[in-house]
Design a protein around this ligand. Structure first.
Ligand SMILES: C[S@@+](CC[C@H](N)C(=O)[O-])C[C@H]1O[C@@H](n2cnc3c(N)ncnc32)[C@H](O)[C@@H]1O
Length: 189
């Protein structure tokens, strides 16, 4: 994971997009504690959170799928997963999650959402049917740096609308974990 973090700082201008060490450890432990053998990530960037999720799944003999729209940084993802010793249990699909998700016929114990904030409501709608009863969706950045009350920009509006949809959905229960920019833990009933 350290290698991915360093490469991200050196080779991109967007290292702030990484979940970082504290949340990365939280994700890894969440997978292990909740026995999440089948995991899906939406929004992989350079593979940091993916490596953390996969590290947890590895201890369970599990597998992780991931969807990333931008293929330009695939060399960091691939080498990073290799160095983390998790390449064999991870499959990354490159493309738009909104197009790929409807074609997935698998069920997951955990879906981690961390892609385009404007599209959170659509990711939720498309992933909830893929989550096993008793399984989880973790959604990152739901506090959106305190801007969720402003609907003026599309990302704030997307997160705000997502939070409202989850809150009023009787199919799930949820709570906010105050880590980094807010992580919403959603459990399918
Ligand atoms: C915040 S970054 C992900 C960071 C990563 N989860 C981590 O912490 O290591 C968001 C990523 O979502 C990707 N993304 C945006 N829209 C997407 C879409 N519609 N489908 C798949 N990936 C998308 C972006 O290219 C970007 O790499």
């Amino acid at each position: 994971m350290n290698w991915i973090e360093r490469q991200t700082h050196t080779r991109t201008n967007h290292a702030q997009m990484l979940v970082g060490r504290e949340e990365g450890l939280y994700l890894r432990d969440f997978v292990v504690r909740n026995n999440c053998k089948r995991v899906l990530e939406i929004g992989t960037f350079t593979g940091y959170s993916l490596a953390c999720l996969a590290d947890g799944a590895k201890t369970l003999g599990g597998r992780v799928d991931a969807i990333e729209i931008n293929k330009e940084l695939d060399y960091i993802i691939e080498e990073g997963l290799k160095r983390a010793g998790v390449s064999e249990l991870v499959k990354v699909s490159y493309g738009d999650a909104l197009e790929i998700l409807p074609s997935i016929a698998e069920e997951y114990d955990l879906v981690f959402i961390d892609a385009d904030k404007r599209q959170y409501p659509q990711y939720y709608e498309l992933t909830l049917p893929l989550v096993k009863p008793g399984g989880y969706i973790l959604a990152d950045n739901v506090s959106w740096y305190g801007r969720t009350s402003s609907h003026e920009d599309p990302k704030s509006a997307g997160i705000s609308s997502f939070n409202s949809i989850v809150e009023s959905d009787s199919l799930v229960e949820s709570h906010l974990v105050d880590i980094r920019d807010g992580l919403l833990v959603i459990r399918r009933r």
